[in-house]
Design a protein around this ligand. Structure first.
Ligand code: URP
Ligand code: ZN
Ligand code: ZN
Ligand code: ZN
Length: 478
């Protein structure tokens, strides 16, 4: 087994920071030694196999991206990152664990859907991975099967109030699944948008010839998100189910979550980098020489990017600071423009929904530290510690402490990262949704369970080294 000493850096956790050296033995952290400790010095350095100098850098727990969709069949195609390419890109960006969504599609048995996801991921991942379970067909069989999920280490499931005819659940199905959530402790994750009402608006817009990607954002109005978020909260309140609302983009949805939390309800929310930085006007409404107004298809995702004039982005940042929102995941669901997004040329409703960001979450959120929107500790909390606690991984993941997996990122605050296709881009896409973003900061070194996977701009990971992690029940409930 290899022993490693990460020396000279500032170790940052969700609760504080301090100069400390991190001793790793094999896959685990065995000691975090304050600098100046008697154990330190040439003896210890001489005794380890490898010394990594982190002087002037932050030493943080590896990122946990709790919302990804590798290889998801969706919108008549499939997300363009495989588990192999997607986890490799994640590693480049300092993420050492993903939680992907296994799918039970309509008419399929839940455990068959889960088995199919294991099949896709096993032997292909560069970093560790867990699963949530999408329940796309809530019926008596599915409800019974959900009893077995905790033993599988899959302790959360996602329902959709959107996408009628695909993953959609009606209120009766949601109520039953939430009763199951209450009984089992499984965390209910909710895509909160009023799908049937959105479909009416989509049909009307298309009939009026409003077919550009911009109208995706018009059809999926914030009222649709606020209403569904409120409904989900009320059904959770009634049933006692713990609720986690995914990809929150509207400030009105945040208000709903904040009010429920103030009432003491077990209600949580995540947002995603795209909602913190991008907008309806600048992105969905973009045009280019190559694609004309169809350029905006690069940013078609649901919930949609919101209007810059309504100040959703400032409210989302504020909610991250005040813990009205608990964490940031990417909802990584990439599609190429050619052969995938272009299925929706002439009809925005046929554009596969999703943006690829798994590689950039840590960097993009670090800009919140640079800009003074969040503290260094909060950066670690919303990208690693809280995802770990929310989804039953804390202790093993999400912290630099003795006994934890040695998932460690050395981040250089004086470094620089230029994001864009052909630059720092390892996701399997033909464009970047983050083209031109210049990042103050740089992911220098990444260790995944003690093994260096990124070393100073070299990829050293191996597909298959990443393991499935069985998760405990959420450690975050009030
Ligand atoms: O646009 C999105 N979000 N695509 C992925 C599927 C989902 O709803 O999370
Ligand atoms: Zn969703
Ligand atoms: Zn998603
Ligand atoms: Zn580099």
């Amino acid at each position: 087994m290899t022993t490693t000493l990460v020396t000279g850096g500032t170790v940052v956790s969700s609760t504080g920071r301090g100069r400390a050296d991190v001793l790793i033995d094999g896959e685990r952290i065995v000691a975090v030694l304050e600098q100046g400790s008697v154990l330190l010095g040439s003896d210890l350095k001489a005794g380890v196999d490898r010394v990594i100098d982190a002087t002037g850098k932050y030493v943080i727990p590896g990122g946990i991206d709790a919302h990804t969709h590798m290889e998801l069949p969706f919108g008549g195609t499939a997300a363009s990152d495989t588990f192999e390419t997607g986890t490799r890109a994640a590693a480049w960006g300092g993420t050492t664990t993903i939680i992907d969504f296994a799918v039970q599609s309509h008419g399929q048995r839940v455990m068959d859907g889960l088995a199919a996801w294991h099949e896709k991921a096993a032997g292909n991942c560069a970093i560790d991975y867990g699963f949530h379970q999408i329940i796309g067909d809530v019926d008596a069989d599915s409800l019974q099967a959900m009893d077995g999920l905790v033993d599988e280490g899959v302790t959360s499931f996602k329902l959709f109030m959107a996408y009628p005819g695909v993953f959609y659940s009606d209120d009766a199905q949601i109520l039953r699944a939430m009763q199951k959530s209450h009984d089992t402790g499984l965390l209910t994750m909710m895509h909160a948008e009023n799908g049937p009402a959105i479909d009416v608006l989509v049909e009307q817009l298309i009939a009026q010839g409003k077919t550009d990607p911009y109208y995706h954002g018009v059809a999926r109005a914030w009222q649709m998100e606020e209403e569904a978020t409120h409904r989900a909260i009320m059904l959770a309140n009634l049933t006692g189910a713990p609720l986690y609302v995914v990809h929150v983009s509207a400030k009105q949805a945040v208000e709903q979550l904040a009010a429920a939390r103030d009432d003491g309800q077990n209600v949580f929310g995540e947002t995603c980098p795209q909602y913190l930085y991008l907008s309806l006007e600048d992105n969905l409404g973009a045009s280019s020489a190559e694609w004309g107004n169809f350029e905006g298809a690069k940013w078609v995702c649901s919930t949609p990017l919101r209007s810059r004039h309504e100040h959703h982005r400032d409210e989302l940042w504020k909610a991250l600071r005040t813990n009205d929102l608990q964490m940031v995941s990417t909802d990584h669901c990439p599609f190429c423009m050619k052969g995938q997004k272009d299925l929706g040329l002439g009809d925005f409703s046929k554009i596969p929904n999703g943006i690829g960001s798994v590689e950039h979450r840590i960097d993009l959120l670090y800009q919140g530290v640079v800009d003074g929107r969040i503290s260094l500790e909060r950066w670690v909390e919303i990208t690693s510690a809280t995802p770990a606690r929310m989804f039953g991984l804390y202790g093993r993941k999400g912290v630099i402490a003795p006994g934890a997996d040695a998932d460690v990122v050395i981040y250089d605050p004086d470094g620089h990262t230029s994001i864009g296709y052909g630059k720092s881009h390892h996701m399997s896409m033909d464009h970047s949704a983050w083209e031109g973003y210049e990042i103050d900061g740089h992911v220098d070194t990444v260790l995944s369970r003690g093994k260096v996977v990124i070393d100073d701009d070299a990829y050293l990971g191996v597909a298959g080294d990443g393991r499935f992690v069985k998760r405990e029940l959420s450690q975050y409930l009030i």
